[in-house]
Ligand binder design. Sequence first.
Ligand SMILES: *Cc1c(COP(=O)(O)O)cnc(C)c1O
Length: 380
Amino acid sequence: MNDKRGKHTVCIHEGEIRDEQFGGAISPIYLASSYPFIDQDEKRYPRYFNTPNQEVIGKKLAALEHAEAALPFSSGMAAISTTLLSFLKQGDHAVFQNEIYGGSFNLIHKEFENFGIEFTLTRGIEIRDFEEAIRPNTKVIYIETPSNPLLSLTDIKAVADLARSKGIISIIDNTFASPINQTPIDLGIDISLHSATKYLGGHSDLCAGVVAGSEAHIEKVLHKGRNLGGSLSEFTCYMLERSIKTLGLRVEKHNQNAGFVAEQLQSQNGVTKVFYPGLTTHKNHELARSQMNGYGGMLSFELHPSIDAKAYLRRLELIKPAMSLAGVESTVIQPSLTSHALMSPDERAKQGISDQLLRLSVGIEDKEDIFEDLVQALKV
Ligand SMILES: *Cc1c(COP(=O)(O)O)cnc(C)c1O
């Protein structure tokens, strides 16, 4: 598509299938799992990642991520595991940022040994922490920014430059930012991937993943993906296409609402700390300004020690205490009991995750209503 078109136009139109038969306004769903093979350059099959509806998602995401190509997967973890196994083999080493999504953390800790793949978690997220973790057999550096649950930022360009200077593939989990707020490939990252279950889906009703990168890198992921089998169903491709049409609008509203709530919470009695990259008080605010187009819908805050966190969550009327994130509805979790429950209290303390910490996924309701709910629950 025309490169000059804006992101909302891309969200709505890029990759769409023209309904030549009836002229309908939307992409038809093609459910076939059987296509011709005689006189075909490319044999279509759902697990080959090349059905018409899968191609819609690939084209849309490639355009949004400013990548040459992209592929949809059956979950974020299918995207992550397939990508890692595309670039790592027995005897290789990978560097992982210390703060990564729990599922990714489990994948490397539970599975990598079986494949003979070595890895190091960085000590921190400064560039020197990545430098010191690199070994002669390092093939991949993997980052996630903003991170969960403290919304710390990794310097994307610095990591990309470091990796490139050593011939190492750089991979980012871009789920929290979404391609509306952050386009890491512009900063030199090789591969940007997503749990599309989150902002790309956005309505808490589908599970999918996406990987974007150069033609050559995506070709490798495609071949691994055909063997591992984590392709996405045509129905879910269609739901994801429908969701992405409003991605730009939704993320802009998420950004506005989270910015408002973060700002207001800062001066609220009963709240001791607020973590949001858009706040000038955030330790990585300058970096956020330079590498993000918007600060996202995720924030976290600490309750005063006198407030019982569980009781606080029960007093919320609008905001749902619920796992997962990035839906149109606001949700909240207590990381020490959910996403980070498997860590020892010591490890949690080291990362700065206290029992008083709550992580809020700010939805697109009216911002005053979200804030009011958070405040009324503070008052007993
Ligand atoms: C949810 C999530 C994943 C995993 O995605 P699934 O779709 O649940 O497999 C990976 N990374 C991040 C940052 C996530 O939030």
